[in-house]
Structure formats: structure tokens, C-alpha cells
Design a protein around this ligand. Structure first.
Ligand code: UDX
Length: 440
């Protein structure tokens, strides 16, 4: 199949590269000419494990190319994937302006029958709306079908998720379009679930909202565990043994961030509001998460009394490990809180330092290693569970810090691992450890 993917951002690029790798001839289109120039020589604009090498392989094997002209692509493409961003408006609704621009561009340049597939996360009803926009401007002798095919990729493991996903959801208005997209995806070997367009659109929002709910639920439990002297990690493990609960997405910590959960939960509250349903449960999930992101600042203040003039290290800045993505990262809320209370903030991330410099306040100082970040600080906060941070040397903590106090927002270590290490260790939903003592 000849496939065009519009939008060479995170979703579009991973989609395009993966579709090329299973044998399709793919062109990725983006209005950003600098990005296209880099992609043409095999440089990925995002840090995603395995993406750049797979991209280069498919460029070399002539299945993958890049351009800024959608018009050229539409001459001989069979399928157009729309994978442009749907950022959040101020009121929490999804901003569809990029989608509308692409729809107009397709309508004005379409020259043969095609299938249009929406990858972007869009509110229920949007695919029909896009269909209407395109139909209004398309020549009468050309026909097209719209298919909703939401993505469920996690940053940091997007390539592996594509080839080992739990399901591919295809929402179509007729069997012909659904079976074309089913055939396109078959080589991935991932189970395919076919449904109508509106249900497919809802599956994406409902899945993300449900996962966010699991995280906020375990974070609430963690707060209660802390007050009662229980260990939330063991509680989550014990809960997860029940297959109905499942053992994933029950890691307590400083809440969810990233490009999807915050945006999609807010959008779903708005979607529900649009049909006069007050989604109280999801509103609470969002509230819990907002409080949770600020948790480490409260813990730091409680431990040090006042944060004024204290030097505090932030270990990990990206919203999760294996990505340089700073979108909705807890480090933004935490560094802002610390600076407001008069602390000096020394930040370190193995990969995201450069992106973080554009996002965090310019009062934040950046270190080039964990050791540099720990030097002469009063306290270290663990924000992101990078392997390098999980494997850090506690001798450095004792040797370099003014006082060896760690507050771990990601429960990177078991309590046994930190006992007897000569450090003071606080985490989320678990007893503190001071030297040899676990404080229940
Ligand atoms: C998510 C969805 O998993 C994916 O299906 C969707 O397509 C896009 O959004 P992503 O945002 O890349 O993917 O990361 P994910 O691994 O889901 O983590 C999201 C956030 O939740 C991170 O900030 C992570 O630290 C946090 N999280 C995750 C927890 O706090 N606890 C958990 O148990 C799991």
C-alpha cells in the first residue's frame, strides 16, 4: 500500500516508521521544513529508543521518505493517516485547528479514492466532522472513507508497543474501509478490534482515563498507607495478584504527566460536560493528580522546616524515563514550588536537560551528572526513575551531600535496599528509613 502520514511528531513518526517496516511504502509529511530536512538524513527529532535505527533501515530500503508537500503525496496515495497534534485549549477542550487545516488540505488536493485514517486523539464525533469538512470541498466523482484508528503507544517504548500491542482498534462506518485498514495492520500480528467510529474514539479516551484513575487511586491509598504505617508497594502487589484488578499502573508516586493523560482526562471531562454529564469521578482523579505532583515540595518543607536558602537537587526531569519529553512533567510543578519558597534548585536528567532548559525557570541550575547535582545540597528529590538514578551510588549521597537526605517520588528502592546505607530516605506511601531504622 502507498501510505501518507500527515504530522511527523511523536505519533506520526512512530506510525510511519512502523508501517514502513511491515512493508508499506510510506511518506511522512510535515509543514516544518527543518524537521523534514533532518528526517531525510535519518535524524529523529525525538528521543525514542529504537526509532532512529528503524527509521534509517526503512529509508535505506526505500520504503520511507519525507516531504513537506501533502499535495504531491495525494497524487498516488491509497491511505492518508492524520497524526497531527490536538493540544489542550485553555478550557480543557481539544484544539482541532491542526486537524481542520489538514482536512482542508486533503479536500483541496485529493485526486483519487482514498481512506483517511485518524490517529490523533479526537473527541467523539470529530471523525464525522472531518468527513463533513472534506466532503464539502471534494470533487463529486471522488469518494473517501474515514476510519478512526487511535494509538496506545507509551513514550519510551513506542516501537516495542507497536509490534507487541494488546490491540489495534479500528472504527469505521463500513466493512470495506475497516477491512482495508485491517489488512494494512495485519503484519503487526497484534489482535484487531473492529467497531464503529464513535466507539473507537471513545475507547482511546476511556482507556487513558481509566489508567489515570488507577494511578490516582493508588496515590490516594499511598497517602493513607503513610499515615497508617503500611507499605503501598506491598499493598499494590497484593491487589495486583487479583486478575480483576491487574498488577499494572499501580505504582504510587508523584502522579502522571506527559502528553496524553493530563490532556485526555481534561478533554473527557469537557466531552461529558458537552452532553450535560458531570464526570465527577474523573474530576477527582485530576484533582488528586494535581495535588500529588506538588507532594515532594510539601515533604521537603516538612523535613527541612523552611526551604528558604536550601540547596535542593532534582534527579530526573522528564515526565518518565527513556524520554526527553517535558510535557506536564512533575519537575515543572516541583521546581516552581521550591523556587517560590526560596530554595536553590540544581537539576539533572540523563537526556532531558536541554529540553528542560526551555521549560523550567531560568533560575534553575543544571548539573551534568548525578554527582554534580548532589554536591553540597541539603536534600535530593527523585522525580524520574531513570535506570541511572535507580543504580546510583549511596556512597556519593553520603560523601557529597550536606546531609544525606533523599525524598524519592518514584519509590525507586525497596526499604531493604536503603537500610544500613547511612542515609535518610523518604518515599511515597511507605515508612521512612533513617540509617538502620524503618520508622513505622
Ligand atoms: C500513555 C498511555 O499509556 C498510552 O497508551 C497512550 O497512548 C499515551 O499515554 P505515556 O504518556 O507515554 O502513555 O506513558 P505511561 O507509561 O502511560 O505513563 C504516563 C504517566 O503515568 C507517567 O508520568 C508515569 O510516570 C505515570 N505512571 C504510570 C504512574 O505514576 N504510575 C504508574 O503505575 C504508571
Amino acid at each position: 500500500m502507498n501510505i501518507t502520514v500527515v504530522g511527523a511528531g511523536y505519533v506520526g513518526l512512530v506510525t510511519g516508521v512502523s508501517l514502513a517496516d511491515i512493508g508499506h511504502c510510506v511518506t511522512c509529511v510535515d509543514v516544518n521544513k527543518d524537521k523534514i530536512a533532518k528526517l531525510k538524513v535519518g535524524l529523529s527529532p525525538i528521543h525514542e529508543p529504537g526509532l532512529e535505527s528503524l527509521m534509517q533501515k526503512n529509508i535505506d530500503e526505500n520504503r520511507l521518505s519525507f516531504t513537506s508537500s501533502l499535495k504531491e503525496c495525494l497524487k498516488d496515495t491509497d491511505i492518508v493517516y492524520i497524526a497531527v497534534g490536538t493540544p489542550q485549549n485553555k478550557d480543557g477542550t481539544a484544539n482541532l485547528s491542526f486537524i481542520e487545516i489538514v482536512a482542508e488540505d486533503i479536500a483541496l488536493n485529493i485526486s483519487k479514492d482514498i481512506v483517511i485514517v485518524t490517529k490523533s486523539t479526537v473527541p467523539v464525533g470529530t471523525n464525522e466532522y472531518i468527513g463533513g469538512l472534506i466532503k464539502a470541498k471534494t470533487p463529486k466523482d471522488i469518494s473517501f472513507d474515514i476510519v478512526s484508528n487511535p494509538e496506545f503507544l507509551r513514550e519510551g517504548s513506542a516501537i516495542s508497543d507497536t509490534f507487541n500491542g494488546d490491540r489495534i482498534v479500528i472504527g469505521a462506518e463500513n466493512d470495506k474501509a475497516a477491512s482495508i485498514i485491517e489488512q494494512v495492520n495485519k503484519p503487526f500480528g497484534v489482535p484487531i478490534f473492529k467497531t464503529d467510529i464513535r466507539s473507537a474514539e471513545m475507547i482511546k479516551y476511556a482507556s487513558n482515563a481509566f489508567l489515570a484513575t488507577k494511578i490516582s487511586f493508588i496515590n490516594e491509598i499511598s497517602t493513607i498507607c503513610e499515615k497508617l504505617g503500611a507499605n503501598v508497594d506491598d499493598v499494590a502487589k497484593g491487589m495486583g495478584k487479583d486478575k480483576r484488578v491487574g498488577n499494572q499502573f499501580l505504582n504510587a508516586g508523584i502522579g502522571y504527566g506527559g502528553s496524553c493523560f493530563p490532556k485526555d482526562t481534561n478533554a473527557l471531562v469537557q466531552i461529558a460536560g458537552g452532553v450535560e454529564h458531570d464526570f465527577n469521578l474523573l474530576k477527582a482523579v485530576i484533582n488528586v493528580n494535581n495535588n500529588q505532583q506538588a507532594l515532594l515540595v510539601d515533604k521537603a518543607r516538612q523535613r527541612l522546616g523552611s526551604l528558604e536558602g536550601k540547596r535542593i537537587a532534582l534527579l530526573g526531569l522528564a515526565f518518565k524515563p527513556n524520554t526527553d519529553d517535558m510535557r506536564e512533567a512533575a519537575s515543572i510543578v516541583i521546581s516552581t514550588g521550591l523556587l517560590q519558597e526560596g530554595s536553590e534548585v540544581i537539576a539533572y536528567d540523563p537526556i532531558a536537560n536541554e529540553n528542560a532548559k526551555h521549560v523550567l525557570s531560568n533560575e534553575v541550575q543544571f548539573a551534568n551528572s548525578i554527582s554534580e547535582a548532589l554536591t553540597e545540597v541539603n536534600l535530593a528529590l527523585i522525580i524520574t526513575e531513570w535506570r541511572e538514578i535507580i543504580e546510583m551510588d549511596f556512597n556519593n549521597v553520603r560523601r557529597l551531600m550536606i546531609e544525606p537526605i533523599i525524598i524519592d517520588g518514584r519509590n525507586c528502592f525497596s526499604l531493604d535496599m536503603v537500610k544500613d546505607k547511612g542515609i535518610e530516605y523518604h518515599s511515597v506511601g511507605r515508612p521512612a528509613v533513617i540509617g538502620e531504622t524503618v520508622l513505622i
